[in-house]
Design a protein around this ligand. Sequence first.
Ligand code: CU
Length: 257
Amino acid sequence: MNRLTKAAAAAPAMSLIALMTLAGPASAADGSTQAQLQALNESGASGSAMVTVSGNMLTVKLASQGLLADQPHAAHIHFTAEARHECPIAKDDANGDGNINTTEGDPAYGEVVVSLTKTGDTSADSVLAINRFDTAPGGTINYERGSIQVNDDVAQAVVDGEAVVVVHGVDYNDSGKYDGKTKSDLDPKLPTEATDPALCGTLNISQMGSTPTGGAETGSGSTTGVENEGIIALGGVTLLGGLALAMRRRFVSSNIS
Ligand SMILES: [Cu+2]
């Protein structure tokens, strides 16, 4: 009798431990990050991005404006452990031509780990899958895609604020298309305009991540707009740098709401 009682009491405890062990690795890479996208190569563009991580799945939202209209804009998440986890600066212009091409940005943002295509493959294999990237009608991108599968390292890098969002495609000569003599460092069949980075932002730890979004997921125009403004505003705070400042803002905004 006594033995049976002991066994019955022990069973739930055992399964709880088993569950916690199973859940451990997945929850280690859960979180939400966002980036204020800054113009590179004087593209005149701006924007914001938000990446939510759930285990090995990413959901990416990207909004931008001021890009060369109606031309494909390759967009990626970049990460390499050895990179600086930031956007390139003037001294990254290795060949001194005044522009940062994609390769020159590698020491800052690392290599392509996710291709933000609209359909199909999202791996680095699709780095220049021009037909599957957003073409920025009117210069604007409103991109959202879920269930983007990544490996453990990439999921962790995003959660840790070490991944960088880059949108490519710059119209240096204002011709309204990708042209010019200089060839792309990624593909000599393309002009460098087609692949040079136009927007860049490091994905920082999100202030909105754990906040229930409520109606924001219903897809209505008004709530989407409000959410984007929130991302932009919070991205600005992140840009100012202080995690402490960001945390303070989170405290204030959660009090308001
Ligand atoms: Cu890229």
